[in-house]
Design a protein around this ligand. Structure first.
Ligand SMILES: Nc1ncnc2c1ncn2[C@@H]1O[C@H](COP(=O)(O)OP(=O)(O)OP(=O)(O)O)[C@@H](O)[C@H]1O
Ligand SMILES: [Mg+2]
Length: 493
């Protein structure tokens, strides 16, 4: 890259000189300003290829610098430097056209990367046509295949912070209700980190019995225990050089928590039955939908592990607290499922949108996505109508009755969550509902057990074997699912 002229504005002498050193080391010509006023004066006298400015400064703050620069030269990228408590203003700065923002304190590598990126963009000529103030109507931040759709200021702030945090190897704890997008955010952090080329390995701590979790995490040697017929690599080993996602970390038992803490402290793992610890380089992201702090207070979670994990905490807001996002997400999923099913469903009717907006979404975005998937499938016309959405059990039944009037079914007793010994996934479902379920291949009738097996298989397939998710889709508890699977194993033997 050719030599670029960079203007740095910061009122802290140490930071100024650190930035000067870092940027001249990259081979650029750096000019310094001690406050916003001086920066603007210098920019008026001479054009720079890039401006790096602190947000809080005397005389004129970083936002003022940004606005002037953008007015005089819309194509010049501006990078903001902010302190932790100023993230809100930083988001505003992004709206005003800032290229990036960097959270203090930062290692030299972060600013170098940001500067390289900004200069690459501007020399590609992309920013020449960039409007001075590009309103951030929505953000489609990439996390692999799945975009993160949001326009909520809280989420935008969170994504900006996630991008920053991604650059460091710090452990991240993602807290949020079920279905809020914790895994999506974890993938986003991985994708935006220097480890993006490495593996991303996820393990749900609730999906395995305690006895298996340890060897799943750390691997085991041949003969370590009955059934360990061969050496097995653990998830940590598989994630070497990349990121491991420990889902539902609260479900890990205390003994294993102690082992995990050691891994985080020492950067090495002990295979079950192994003699030598093994060095690993893995970034840990943990998620929980419980209040881990309360678990610590109740003695169910180790305080030292909690603090170790909680270096950088993220709280993902529930969907009901992101009202801005609801129509945006609903539209996104409508389009996605219309395309997937090759159906001409071109809109959500205003009434449908209203119905969606008045629902509290306890299952958050996952529930919204499932609702729209169903809504698009069931839509009889060009728009999704409220009755296509089946927002609750009653609505579901009513809709089924409309589509297939059937004699009233006798009331069932077993709830879907903890069925009695005789029950199956279909208890509580009336015959009309059963009629609407997927027909077996070849049109032959199946027994309820066969159907149940097939549904469980499908759910596990769709969730890549994630039992928690599969159980949620099926509307049963993880324990029930586990029991069912054990039953099948017995009957198959
Ligand atoms: N902002 C978003 N934009 C688009 N899709 C989203 C968004 N947030 C979540 N989703 C989708 O919603 C579903 C649930 O997200 P995810 O699995 O990340 O949630 P989670 O918090 O990990 O849930 P759980 O606690 O149940 O494991 C996924 O299909 C995901 O792609
Ligand atoms: Mg998850």
């Amino acid at each position: 890259m050719s030599v670029k002229a960079i203007l740095v504005a910061d009122d802290e002498r140490h930071l100024r000189s650190a930035l000067f050193t870092a940027l001249t080391r990259l081979g650029h010509a750096v000019e310094l300003a001690e406050n916003g006023r001086e920066a603007v004066d210098k920019f008026q006298a001479q054009r720079f290829d890039l401006v790096v400015t602190d947000l809080r400064m005397p005389a004129l703050d970083g936002l003022g610098v940004l606005k002037t620069v953008k007015k005089l030269s819309p194509a010049t990228p501006v990078i903001m430097i902010t302190a932790y408590g100023e993230v809100e203003t930083a988001v505003e700065a992004m709206r005003e056209g800032a290229q990036d923002f960097i959270l203090k304190p930062f290692p030299a590598g972060v600013i170098e990367e940001s500067v390289n990126r900004a200069l690459a963009v501007s020399s590609a000529g992309q920013s020449a046509a960039r409007p001075a103030a590009a309103p951030a109507a929505s953000s489609a931040a990439k996390s692999g295949e799945r975009p993160i759709i949001t326009r909520s200021p809280r989420m935008l702030k969170l994504l900006a912070m996630a991008r920053q945090v991604a650059a460091s190897p710090a452990t991240v704890l993602l807290q949020g209700e079920s279905g809020t997008g914790k895994e999506l955010l974890a993938r986003f952090i991985h994708q935006n980190s220097p480890r993006a080329g490495g593996p991303f390995v996820a393990l749900n701590c609730a999906s395995l019995p305690e006895s298996l979790l340890e060897s799943e995490l750390f691997g085991h040697e041949k003969g370590a225990f009955t059934g360990a017929v061969a050496r097995k690599q653990g998830k940590f080993e598989l994630a070497d050089g990349g990121t491991i996602l420990l889902d539902e970390i609260s479900e890990m038992d205390l003994a294993l928590q102690a082992k995990l803490l050691r891994v985080l402290q020492e950067g090495e793992i002990d295979r079950v039955g192994g003699k030598e610890p093994q060095k690993i380089d893995v970034r840990v992201i943990a998620t929980t939908n419980r209040n881990l702090k309360e678990w610590v207070a109740a003695g169910k979670f180790r305080a030292d592990l909690y603090y170790r994990l909680n270096v950088i905490p993220f709280f993902i807001p529930s969907l009901k607290d992101r009202v801005d996002d609801l129509p945006l997400l609903a539209e996104h999923f409508r389009k996605k499922y219309a395309a997937l099913n090759k159906k001409q469903v071109e809109a959500l009717s205003p009434a449908a949108l209203k119905a969606l907006s008045s629902y509290p979404w306890p299952g958050n975005i996952r529930e919204l996505e499932n609702t729209l998937a169903r809504g698009v499938l069931l839509a009889g016309g060009p728009a999704v109508e409220p009755h296509d959405l089946f927002m609750d059990e009653a609505g579901f039944m009513a809709a089924l009755e409309r589509s297939a009037p059937a004699p009233a079914a006798p009331p069932q007793t077993a709830g879907p969550d903890e069925p009695g010994p005789e029950s199956n996934l279909f208890s509580g479902l009336d015959p009309a509902a059963a009629a609407a379920l997927p027909a077996p291949a070849g049109g032959q009738l199946m027994t309820i057990e066969e159907m149940e097996r097939q549904l469980i298989g499908q759910a596990l397939n769709e969730t890549d074997g994630n039992r928690t998710h599969a159980a949620r889709i099926l509307g049963i508890s993880v324990r029930t699912l586990r029991n069912k699977l054990a039953e099948y194993r017995v009957s198959a033997a």
